[in-house]
Write a protein that binds this ligand. Structure first.
Ligand code: ZN
Length: 134
């Protein structure tokens, strides 16, 4: 679930990729996880180009203050319109390295919309999402 105030689509932008952390809550329901995204924290990022994006090396250190009792439920980044609207091998490697919990998600923002992924084995697999009910 993605909270109405999070508005990930506003990060969509021509030019370079943008991204950051997703903060929120995790609920276990009937043997599966429901992740509630309550906040997106954009990260200045490392060197970004039109086709790649990574976190700045210092960003994890600064994150603790922003968390305010929330959990690090995943990350997000944008893909420009002419890039494939699915995670690249580099995206998958980044997720595996930094987001090892089974409930942590990767949200990909492209002109086609927002797509969420979770780790399934070594791969990122699409998972359904919906807006948080009001
Ligand atoms: Zn990507």
């Amino acid at each position: 679930m993605i909270g109405a105030g999070v508005r990930l689509e506003r990060y969509e932008q021509a030019g370079v990729e943008r991204g950051g952390f997703l903060l929120g809550r995790v609920h276990a329901r009937e043997g599966r996880y429901v992740v509630e995204v309550l906040r997106a924290v954009e990260d200045a990022g490392g060197p970004a180009t039109r086709t790649s994006w990574t976190f700045a090396t210092t960003s994890l250190l600064g994150l603790r203050d922003a968390m305010n009792g929330h959990r690090l439920v995943g990350w997000f980044h944008t893909h420009p319109g002419d890039a494939p609207p699915h995670p690249s091998p580099a995206d998958t490697a980044l997720h595996r390295d930094l987001f090892g919990h089974p409930w942590q998600i990767a949200a990909l923002i492209s002109p086609a919309g927002i797509t969420c992924y979770r780790l399934a084995g070594e791969e990122l697999r699409e998972c359904p999402w919906s807006p948080t009910p009001a």
